[in-house]
Design a protein around this ligand. Structure first.
Ligand code: IMP
Ligand code: MG
Length: 182
């Protein structure tokens, strides 16, 4: 795998598609076991989570599982703004249901914290969080994702749904911003 360049910044290969596939299969199996007999509603947080949600949802072997999509944006460039907009797009009634929120990455935790607060008002039976990536060192909100693909250090990541100013979401593997001093 080669380096890629976006906006004049060099990114190096970090997590391969094969590693993602293997991890998603494991998470799918865990969710299948833990949600047996339930009717979980997966809520994919657009835009970044769409490839992960697509793979994870299909790795879950539950006939009554459903998926829907919401949107909420908090990021511009390589630094979190910390400002979170409103959650939009949920038309389903989630009262009494098991909900699994699917995120691409939990960084500071502002985004998922806001989503969880908004969803809790709608009285689901249970809310879980599945995230492809988790940066525990960056977390400033009291949230703990239930299903984590990969815990990573405070690096800026692109690919497999994660973007830099809207680009690079279509990379099949995950890349990290190269250390300028390296
Ligand atoms: P948080 O609100 O700081 O947890 O950030 C969550 C959102 O910021 C994610 O859904 C991403 O859209 C974006 N984000 C956080 N870290 C990265 C990164 O390393 N690369 C690309 N986007 C990121
Ligand atoms: Mg996102």
């Amino acid at each position: 795998m080669k380096e890629v360049t976006y906006h004049g910044l060099a990114f190096e290969p970090y997590i391969t598609r094969a590693e993602i596939d293997a991890r998603v299969a494991e998470l799918g199996k865990t969710i299948t076991e833990e949600c047996a007999g339930k009717r979980p509603l997966f809520i994919c947080v657009l835009n970044g989570a769409f490839p992960f949600a697509s793979d994870l949802f299909r790795a879950v072997d539950l006939p009554d599982a459903e998926i829907t999509f919401i949107r909420l944006k908090s990021y511009s460039g390589t630094e979190s703004t910390g400002t979170v907009k409103e959650m939009i797009g949920l038309s389903e009634n989630i009262e009494g249901r098991t909900v699994i929120v699917v995120e691409d990455i939990v960084d500071t935790g502002h985004t998922i914290f806001k989503v969880l607060n908004d969803l809790k008002e709608k009285k689901p039976a249970d809310i879980k969080v599945a995230t492809l990536l988790f940066k525990p060192e960056a977390l400033v909100r009291p949230v703990k994702p239930d299903y984590v693909g990969f815990e990573i250090p405070k690096k800026f990541i692109i690919g497999f749904g994660l973007d830099i100013d809207g680009q690079a979401r279509n990379l099949n593997d995950i890349y990290s911003l190269k250390d300028e001093k390296a």
